[in-house]
Design a binder for this molecule. Structure first.
Ligand code: ZN
Length: 227
């Protein structure tokens, strides 16, 4: 009898943990829906002058569009940067208001973090779908629940650049290029959530290298809105 209770308790715990950390509902985009040589460049944790602007210059040089997942509190600080991102045809996404571990917040707080940032982006001219990516990709149960109720998808990624660990451009570019494949969603950072003064020069140089190499391999670039 004791063994049965232990087994049942263990199974229930495992089930609850799985439900919390890997909620089996809602749409979680990991890759683009294509078998062609198309990838999406995504940049998190901005806007972050002057690095976001330098990145925009690189993207403009290559005529490439990207998706920027922005933090609400930074949007309030740097609205001109956001307006430039939108004016140059890139897609803006919501990355919460204050970049908490959103998956550990109650649903009402998750909703507030998302809505506040949506409103800021709309005020600055964002049109169409505002895609959402949870900080640290924590699409845990409260996040999945709030997004599913709003009929919204979560944008994850398939290629990590590890540019939050290193700003060595060759290492960042090598990490991305060895993993990239048709449909990859690549995550880079024009800002750094925990350090508003972080230097992002390595990410910018790496982005230039990544685009140059991928174009040579006949890759094209899409935003998450194209997916
Ligand atoms: Zn982030």
């Amino acid at each position: 009898m004791g063994l049965i209770i232990i087994a049942a308790t263990s199974c229930t715990t495992m089930l609850l943990l799985w439900l919390f950390f890997r909620p089996p509902f809602g749409q979680n985009i990991v890759r683009l829906n294509t078998t062609h040589r198309i990838v999406a460049l995504t940049f998190d944790d901005g806007p972050h002058p002057p690095y976001t602007e330098k990145l925009l210059d690189v993207l403009a040089k290559h005529k490439v569009k990207a998706t920027f997942f922005m933090i609400g509190s930074r949007i309030e600080k740097y609205p001109e940067t956001v307006q430039r991102v939108i004016a140059e045809g890139h897609q803006v996404g919501n990355h919460s208001y204050s970049h908490p571990v959103l998956g550990f917040q109650p649903p009402a707080q998750v909703r507030r973090e998302i809505e506040r940032t949506d409103n800021l982006l709309r005020q600055l001219g964002a049109a169409g779908e505002i895609v959402f990516r949870a900080p640290l990709l924590t699409r845990f149960l409260p996040v999945a629940w709030v997004l599913a109720r709003a009929n919204r998808r979560h944008v994850s990624c398939s290629v990590w650049s590890w540019d939050w660990i290193t700003q060595n451009p060759d290492r960042i570019a090598h990490t991305v290029l060895k993993k990239v494949a048709p449909g990859s969603v690549i995550v880079l950072h024009d800002g750094k959530a925990e350090n508003p003064h972080a230097n992002r020069t390595g990410t910018i140089t790496a982005t230039d290298k990544i685009i140059t190499t991928l174009k040579r391999k006949k890759y094209q670039f899409a935003t998450m809105a194209d997916n």
